[in-house]
Design a protein around this ligand. Structure first.
Ligand code: HEC
Ligand code: HEC
Length: 375
């Protein structure tokens, strides 16, 4: 379905269709395209049927992260993606049983709430520890990341105050309103051996369209959000052009909306301000909100400058929340608005750092830039 055809479908609404249209109009994270279900894309799906293909790939990253192992722990990659369907490695079959066990534990004990995940037991190891280690009991506790659910802190400023300070810090409402598009160039570097710098182009149009193109040696890696639907197209992926759904679609929407933060208050609901934490040795105020699509996001603002220094969003999935963190730095003024010229995206299966060298404000952008990418 192309953007626009929703209106046609919804104009001729029967009761059932009307419910769907009402949900779409309510800003639910629904893609205009029917999502590709995992079992329709992959050859041998048994335990994780009924979830979209992009969420399925997210669960694979969650497996690897929970066990602290690479994909090849469970998969024979000798024949490329085709051999990923084989069940030759026993750990893969164990993982299937674990999916059922996890669901049964949550069902029997927690009313079906997703409380126990692979990570709850595994904590980065394939054999969960059974006995408390005396070193853990008496030694120094290892540093942990912040809690994913932020509790409102008494004494914290109101979310309104923090957001107003942020809008002021990046240029104020009238300057923000006058920035309606930009085209940026720079480079991006991965992590580890693939950390070479690759040229990047970013196209953004207010209120919520954004495309990032990374020119890799093997072809373009593209991430697009057209205002309603989103896609990732990249070389060497099991699905060359992957339609985004659920939490991934919501994440793409947030990235696009935060390119023009004038609407930041409306981008989330249920704002709450937590206790002050420390980011890069500086005090930061955290706000947490929930997007209309149900994605939980924590935003960290430098307490002094008021600028947004970190965003962590949590996409729901069948095996637990999948976190993505973006750290923003090097704010520079473009047409009176401060934009980050450097940021790092960290997710369960990768790190990518972006550095801009040029941002051209208020330039016309061809609508095709935001259309579904071709493989
Ligand atoms: C702990 C074991 C485990 C790890 C680690 C793991 N997977 Fe899987 N993978 C599975 C299981 C189990 C299935 C089958 C799921 C089902 O039956 O619904 C699967 C299925 C797949 C499939 C579908 C294959 C097909 O055609 O049927 C792909 C693709 C895949 N995994 C990719 C990955 C990638 C990429 C990674 C690393 C980021 C990864 N997996 C890490 C256990 C694992
Ligand atoms: C309630 C705790 C618990 C949960 C939840 C859990 N596991 Fe396990 N898992 C275990 C234990 C305990 C073992 C080790 C069993 C043994 O030693 O024989 C294990 C073993 C495994 C193994 C085999 C490791 C090996 O070395 O052979 C795999 C693979 C695995 N789990 C994957 C998963 C995945 C994927 C999930 C989430 C879908 C998951 N587990 C959730 C407790 C758990």
């Amino acid at each position: 379905m192309r953007p626009g055809s929703r209106a046609i479908l919804c104009a001729s609404a029967t009761t059932v269709v009307w419910l769907v249209c009402a949900a779409l109009a309510g800003g639910q994270a629904a893609s205009a395209e029917k999502p590709l279900m995992a079992e329709n894309v992959f050859k041998n799906v048994q335990a994780l049927k009924g979830i979209p293909a992009d969420e399925f790939m997210g669960t694979m990253s969650a497996f690897s992260a929970a066990l602290g192992e690479s994909c090849e722990t469970c998969h024979d990659g000798s024949g490329g993606w085709a051999t990923y369907a084989l069940d030759t490695i026993p750990k893969k079959r164990t993982a299937r049983r674990m999916v059922a066990m996890m669901a049964a534990i949550n069902q029997a004990n927690f009313g079906g709430r997703q409380v126990v995940t692979c990570f709850t037991c595994h904590r980065g190891s394939d054999r969960p520890r059974v006995t408390p280690s005396l070193a853990d009991v008496y030694g120094e506790a290892p540093p942990e990341g912040p809690d994913e659910v932020v509790r409102p802190s008494p004494g914290a400023p109101s979310a309104e105050q923090v957001l107003d300070k942020y809008v002021q810090a990046i240029g104020g409402t009238s300057k923000l309103a006058s920035l309606t598009s930009f085209v940026a160039r720079g480079n991006s570097g991965g992590y580890g051996p693939e950390g070479d710098k690759r040229p990047v182009e970013i196209f953004a149009k207010a209120p919520g369209q954004r495309t990032t193109v990374i020119h890799t040696l093997d072809g373009d890696s593209i991430r697009t959000f057209d205002g309603r639907a989103g896609w990732i197209a990249a070389p060497h992926r099991p699905i060359p052009v992957l339609g985004l759904t659920g939490g991934e679609l919501d994440g793409a929407r947030l990235d696009a909306e935060l390119s023009f933060p004038a609407q930041i208050k409306q981008a989330f609901g249920g704002w709450r301000a937590g206790a002050v934490t420390t980011i890069n040795d500086r005090p930061a105020q955290v706000l947490q909100g929930t997007s209309p699509g149900g994605t939980l996001a924590s935003l960290y603002f430098d307490r002094e400058s008021g600028l947004l220094v970190r965003l962590v969003r949590f996409a729901p999935s069948k095996v637990g929340r999948l976190p993505t963190q973006i750290d923003y730095a090097d704010y520079r003024e473009v047409a009176g608005v401060k934009l980050p010229f450097r940021w790092t995206v960290t997710w369960l299966s990768g790190v990518d750092t972006f550095e801009l060298s040029e941002v051209r404000p208020n330039v016309p952008i061809d609508a095709a830039r935001f259309a579904k990418p071709s493989p």
